[in-house]
Design a protein around this ligand. Structure first.
Ligand code: ZN
Ligand code: ZN
Length: 386
C-alpha cells in the first residue's frame, strides 16, 4: 500500500527522491504526456442531448461528476510513472488550507529552492530556483496544437495574477465542502446543487458568498501563470494540489459510506458510473473503478488505520496476555533441577510484552498512524521546515 504524506512531513531523502523522479519523467518525455492528456480532456466537450457542444459547459474531466474520478486515476498513473523511475516514491499532497492560515502564504516553505522553487520573478514571472527551474513548458498555439514554449521556465504569480485570485481557500471552506450531502446532482455541471463535486471543484457557492472562485479552482488561480489554462500540469504543483483534492474526496467518501457516486446512468457521456473516461493513460477506466482508492493501492497519512488489521493485532496481543496469565497461575511447570517455577518468569515477561503491545496499538489507532504497514517509509527525521 503506497502511503501519501503531506509534503511538509517528507524526510529530506523522500523529498529529494520525489523531486528527482519528477525530473526524470520530464527528461524522458513521460511528464509531457500528462500535460497533453489533461489539456485534451479539458478541450473535449461532453454534452447531454440538448446541450451545446461546448467544453466550457462540461468536458471529459471538469465541470461534471467525473471531475474527481478522472483526476484520481490521472494521479495514480502519475504516481506509478514516478515509481517506474524511482521505486518507492509516492505522491505528496499540498494542504493549501494549512498555508492559508499563514500571515503570508507566498512565504510558505513550498515556494523555496528546497521544495518546488519560488514565485515567478523578472519580466516573464519565471520560477527563479528549485528543481524545475529550467523546464520547457508546453503551450497551446492559436490552432490548438501544443508546442514547447520558446523561453524555458515555469510561469508562476502567487496571489498576484491579474486573471487570478489573491487568497487561498481556508480550512473553514474545506469543512463546509465536506458537509455536502450528495456527491452530485442534475444537470451535472457548474450549476449543480446540492453537489459535493461542484463545491470541491469550486463552482458552487453558498448564497451569501461573493462570486469568486472557490476550493480547487481558487488554488489554480492563486498560483496563477501556468496553473491557469488546460496545460496546468506544466507546473508540478498541479499534482500536489490535486493530490490534496483527492484526499478531501477520500475524506468525504469515508464520512459518507452510504452515498454513492452519481449518476449511475442517464448523465453526460464519460461521467456515468460505468462510462469509460477519456484521455487517461489506461483505457477503459470508469468512475466506478476509482471509488475505492485503497483498492487502487494507496492511502493518506490523514486516514484512520485500516480497522480489521487493527482488531487482528489487538487480538494477538490479548492472546499473549491470556497465555501469560495462565503461565503464572499456581501449579505451573517447575524446573527439574531447582524446583523453581520457570513458567512464572516467562509468564510475567509475556504479560508485560502483551500490555506494552496493546498500549502502543491503541495509541497508534488513535493517532491514525499507518506507518507500520509500510515500515520502509517511517520518517528518518529530516524535515525541512520547523
Ligand atoms: Zn484538471
Ligand atoms: Zn485542477
Amino acid at each position: 500500500m503506497d502511503y501519501r504524506k503531506n509534503i511538509y512531513s517528507l524526510s529530506l531523502n523522500e523529498l529529494n527522491d520525489f523531486r528527482e523522479a519528477v525530473n526524470l519523467l520530464k527528461a524522458n518525455g513521460t511528464y509531457d504526456t500528462f500535460i497533453e492528456r489533461h489539456h485534451h480532456a479539458m478541450m473535449h466537450a461532453t454534452p447531454m442531448s440538448g446541450e451545446p457542444n461546448n467544453a466550457n459547459i462540461r468536458n471529459a474531466a471538469h465541470r461534471g461528476p467525473a471531475f474527481s474520478p478522472w483526476h484520481r486515476q490521472e494521479l495514480r498513473e502519475f504516481e506509478l510513472a514516478l515509481q517506474s523511475v524511482k521505486p518507492g516514491v509516492t505522491l505528496p499532497y499540498w494542504d493549501w488550507a494549512q498555508d492559508a492560515a499563514l500571515p503570508d502564504p507566498t512565504a510558505a516553505p513550498l515556494w523555496t529552492d528546497a521544495y518546488i522553487g519560488g514565485d515567478g520573478a523578472g519580466p516573464n514571472n519565471l520560477v527563479p530556483d528549485g528543481p524545475f527551474k529550467d523546464w520547457v513548458a508546453r503551450i497551446e498555439t492559436s490552432t490548438g496544437a501544443l508546442v514547447p514554449r520558446s523561453t524555458p521556465g515555469i510561469v508562476r504569480m502567487l496571489g498576484r495574477d491579474p486573471l487570478g485570485f489573491p487568497t487561498l481557500p481556508n480550512a473553514a471552506e474545506v469543512t463546509d465542502s465536506l458537509a455536502e450531502g450528495v456527491y452530485d446532482s442534475a444537470p451535472w455541471r457548474t450549476t449543480s446543487t446540492p453537489s459535493f463535486r461542484n463545491r470541491l471543484e469550486g463552482w458552487l457557492r453558498r448564497p451569501a458568498e461573493p462570486p469568486e472562485p472557490r476550493m480547487h479552482n481558487r488554488v489554480h488561480t492563486w498560483v496563477g501563470g501556468d496553473m491557469q489554462p488546460g496545460t496546468s500540469p506544466n507546473d508540478p504543483v498541479f499534482f500536489l494540489h490535486h493530490c490534496n483534492i483527492d484526499r478531501i474526496w477520500a475524506q468525504w467518501q469515508a464520512a459518507n459510506p452510504g452515498l454513492p457516486y452519481v449518476p449511475a446512468s442517464g448523465g453526460p457521456p464519460g461521467h456515468n458510473a460505468t462510462d469509460p473516461m477519456l484521455y487517461l493513460e489506461v483505457a477503459g477506466v470508469t468512475p466506478n473503478s476509482t471509488l475505492d482508492h485503497h483498492a487502487m493501492g494507496y492511502t493518506y497519512d490523514t486516514e484512520p488505520p485500516i480497522v480489521p488489521q487493527i482488531r487482528l493485532e489487538a487480538l494477538a496481543w490479548a492472546w499473549i496476555i491470556i497465555i501469560g496469565g495462565l503461565m503464572v497461575t499456581p501449579g505451573g511447570i517447575e524446573c527439574i533441577r531447582c524446583g523453581r517455577a520457570v513458567t512464572r518468569v516467562l509468564g510475567v515477561v509475556s504479560m508485560a510484552l502483551g500490555v506494552l503491545g496493546l498500549v502502543s496499538q491503541t495509541r497508534a489507532g488513535r493517532a491514525g498512524v499507518t506507518q507500520r504497514f509500510t515500515p520502509q517509509q517511517i520518517d528518518v527525521k529530516g524535515d525541512m521546515h520547523s
